[in-house]
Write a protein that binds this ligand. Structure first.
Ligand code: ZN
Ligand code: ZN
Length: 267
């Protein structure tokens, strides 16, 4: 089986030479696939940059970003049990490796990068769940649904793709617990902070015929900026009876690094 996979990977690489998702540099496709770092997602230079970004520390708890659970105030107010993230997103900048990776998973159906990010998040979540003494059957994973128009346009719901990847890696079941309200398709990015909160409050609904009573829910999104969408979904999950809601994201906005807990909901 391993030999068959190796040959299939070799043939795939021959037809579609793998490139680094961040800088598009051609990767060494002649190396056996299982020996390549990070499932072909990044070249060695970008991988080093990625690692150094994940070593950034939080300005509030002074922990490394991957060990910190700080979250924007609206999420604490909605009783979210902390935000697990890999790195900080730097808005308005195109060059940082994490921004380019996030762009790739948002705009293209980039399974390779989703796999890379899920692989990075999985051990953090395993550690968090075992810290809380939870078994797989007590946990369910869900995602913050992307606006329908964006899914149609880009052909992917990146938060769902990441949640499904994590579900397979953690052995935890995935369930779509939240859906978008019809007509609530305004993309958060284009809105001001106050508008985001107002929009998020009315954008989501509990899905039909699913439940999470007594469970710990891992709520997955790509980037957390103001936390308004995560807060709105956390409230819904709590109303549905979730015992805990742990927010999971690829990145938190770098603005959250120092002021995250102290921002008032209306700031
Ligand atoms: Zn690269
Ligand atoms: Zn922190």
């Amino acid at each position: 089986m391993a030999e068959r996979n190796r040959i299939l990977n070799y043939l795939r690489d021959l037809c579609f030479p793998p490139r680094c998702v961040a800088c598009c540099e051609l990767l060494d496709w002649k190396a056996p696939a299982e020996d390549r770092a990070s499932q072909d997602a990044l070249c060695n230079r970008c991988l080093r940059e990625w690692v150094s970004e994940t070593l950034e520390t939080c300005g509030i708890c002074a922990k490394r970003v991957g060990d910190c659970f700080c979250q924007p105030f609206p999420m604490s107010a909605a009783k979210s049990d902390g935000l697990c993230k890999l790195t900080y997103y730097l808005p308005q900048k195109k060059t940082p490796v994490q921004n380019r990776m996030i762009y790739s998973v948002k705009q293209k159906n980039d399974c390779k990068t989703v796999h890379f990010l899920a692989e990075a998040l999985a051990p953090m979540l395993t550690a968090r769940l075992s810290e809380l003494g939870l078994t797989d059957s007590e946990v369910v994973i869900t995602h913050l649904p992307r606006a329908r128009s964006a899914v149609l346009f880009h052909g992917v719901d990146q938060a769902k793709a990441l949640a499904l990847g994590l579900s397979a890696m953690l052995g935890v079941s995935h369930s779509t617990l939240i859906v978008r309200r019809r007509g609530a398709d305004r993309v958060q990015k284009a809105l001001s902070v106050t508008e985001r909160e107002k929009n998020a409050k009315h954008a989501f609904l509990p899905a039909k015929n699913v439940e999470c009573r007594g469970k710990t829910v891992l709520l997955v999104d790509d980037i957390v900026t103001t936390g308004a969408g995560m807060a709105a979904c956390t409230r819904i999950l709590r109303k549905m009876g979730a015992a805990h809601v742990i927010a999971v994201a690829i990145a938190s906005d770098v603005k959250n690094k120092d002021v995250i807990e102290f921002r008032s909901p209306k700031a």
